[in-house]
Write a protein that binds this ligand. Structure first.
Ligand code: FMN
Length: 267
């Protein structure tokens, strides 16, 4: 079968998922491409409709072994009709647990037919100079693997005459999905030093609008996803992680998740 166009959808507060999706798109090499970046709050107001002659590639980071709930809420509004779909999760070199299965199941409920899935590694959101975890990933080898997946997806599409539920895939994960041990409670984990010039970049990159544009020291802790985009994107390095539970988790991850994990494909 042939596809008319490619839709790339991603939620990516610190940019690793976006880079993997762009790598996959290079491998697919389709001229008609629509980017649907649902990271910022205003972008999640748009809804997605797709048909069977389009190819959908959707990517999300793994949060506590699951798809971030903010992404799931948006995905639940997708209207698809037998759309061939590639499901991608990007995790911080710990585990992806039920996230890929949850993404696949949810896309099926919305009318998609997952024809491929993959899990890639990205630098952990909680990684920094003190607590390095999967630093600088995806790296060149990961991005080659992203392009390779794109090429394999196109090969699969060209090899089938039409899309049906037999084209679907099996991915790791369990039902019922993992229930996070404790919902991360609102924590005051960000320290802001005198380098802060109130440039507003942190407020711009926050995926939930939790930072006040006029005073970036004001953070709505109930809204905060702990995605660390504001820390990583601060041009003055004015935002750091305070000593406390959050830092302890980052230290534990940097001690226990050093062994390099590799991308996995499912067809
Ligand atoms: C709240 C939260 C929970 C996370 N949970 C996991 C996890 O369960 N396993 C894992 O390996 N990485 C976990 N990560 C790390 C991210 O999945 C990883 O850094 C990913 O590359 C971030 O994607 P992004 O750059 O597109 O935001 C978590 C990150 C955050 C912010």
């Amino acid at each position: 079968m042939k596809i008319k166009s490619l839709k790339l959808v991603y939620f990516s507060p610190t940019g690793t998922t976006r880079r993997i999706i762009e790598g996959i798109a290079r491998g697919i090499n389709q001229s008609d491409v629509e980017l649907v970046d649902i990271t910022r709050p205003e972008t999640r107001k748009q809804q997605l409709q797709t048909s069977e002659d389009e190819l959908l590639v959707i990517g999300v980071p793994v949060y506590s072994g699951r798809v971030p709930s903010i992404a799931i809420d948006w995905i639940h509004k997708i209207k698809a009709h037998n759309t061939p779909t590639v499901c991608i999760v990007v995790y911080g070199n710990r585990e992806y647990e039920d996230a890929l299965l949850e993404l696949k199941d949810t896309m099926i409920k919305q009318g998609c037919i997952p024809i491929a899935g993959a899990a890639y590694v990205g630098e952990h959101s909680f990684s920094n100079a003190e607590t390095p975890i999967a630093v600088a990933r995806p790296d060149a080898a990961d991005l080659n693997m992203a392009e390779l997946l794109g090429q394999k997806v196109i090969e699969k599409i060209l090899s089938i005459s039409s899309i049906d539920h037999n084209s679907s895939i099996t991915v790791p994960g369990n039902h019922p999905y993992k229930i996070p041990k404790a919902k991360i409670s609102p924590v005051d984990f960000i320290a802001i030093n005198d380098n802060c010039s109130q440039c507003g970049i942190c407020a711009q990159v926050c995926p939930v609008g939790a930072i006040d544009y006029k005073n970036s020291t004001m953070i709505d802790k109930e809204k905060c996803l702990h995605c660390c985009a504001c820390i990583k994107r601060c041009p003055e390095n004015a935002r750091t992680v305070k000593t406390g539970t959050f830092k302890d988790v980052a230290i534990w991850l940097s001690q226990t998740c050093q062994k390099r994990k590799e991308p996995e494909f499912f067809f």
